[in-house]
Design a protein around this ligand. Structure first.
Ligand code: FES
Length: 172
């Protein structure tokens, strides 16, 4: 059903499954400001936290003053604008990804780095999170390393990627 409203000019990468999912959610809610909390929950699930540019995007699409969006985020303790860890690995554990081995990814991360979902390494360099469906089921099992969507992830490759991120970090 059309809402009669058009989406704004893209200022987030529209091919990012997380953005697509956010667009679908906002459309489903009829772009209603009253649905802000639900929309924020949806975004936080996909991103693991609420990045500044995502909040700006939501504010623009819902035609809400940024102060209202930021005020809501800071009012509720379950919202966070900070990523957990300088590097983040978010593993999708929605049904499609779970069936295709998301748990194996989490187990491998725990085996290599000693981190369970929701934990951050002691030095703060790596944070691991799990999310419900991030909107990329065709790419299952999917993960997001920093801001990069990883498709059809194989545990060894994911570990190698995270290891190289951490090593590059040390060299800088
Ligand atoms: S279940 Fe993982 S992207 Fe949908």
């Amino acid at each position: 059903m059309s809402t009669g409203k058009t989406l704004p000019i893209a200022d987030l990468p529209q091919d990012d499954p997380r953005v697509k999912q956010l667009n679908v959610k906002m459309k489903k809610e009829g772009y209603k400001p009253d649905a802000l909390i639900e929309i924020l929950h949806n975004a936080q699930n996909s991103y693991g936290y609420l990045p500044l540019n995502v909040l700006q995007y939501i504010s623009k699409v819902l035609k809400l003053p940024p102060s209202r969006v930021f005020g809501t985020v800071s009012f509720y303790h379950f919202f966070s604008m900070k990523s957990k860890g300088e590097h983040t690995c978010l593993v999708c554990t929605g049904t499609a990804c779970y069936v295709k081995g998301a748990q194996k990814l989490l187990d491998s991360i725990e085996g290599k780095f000693g981190l369970k979902q929701g934990q951050v390494s002691e030095d703060g360099k790596l944070g691991v999170q799990a999310a419900r469906c991030i909107g990329a089921c065709g790419l299952a099992p999917a993960a997001i390393v920093d801001d990069e969507v990883q498709a059809k992830v194989i545990a060894d490759e994911l570990i190698a990627k995270l290891t190289s991120k951490l090593q590059a970090h040390e060299q800088n």
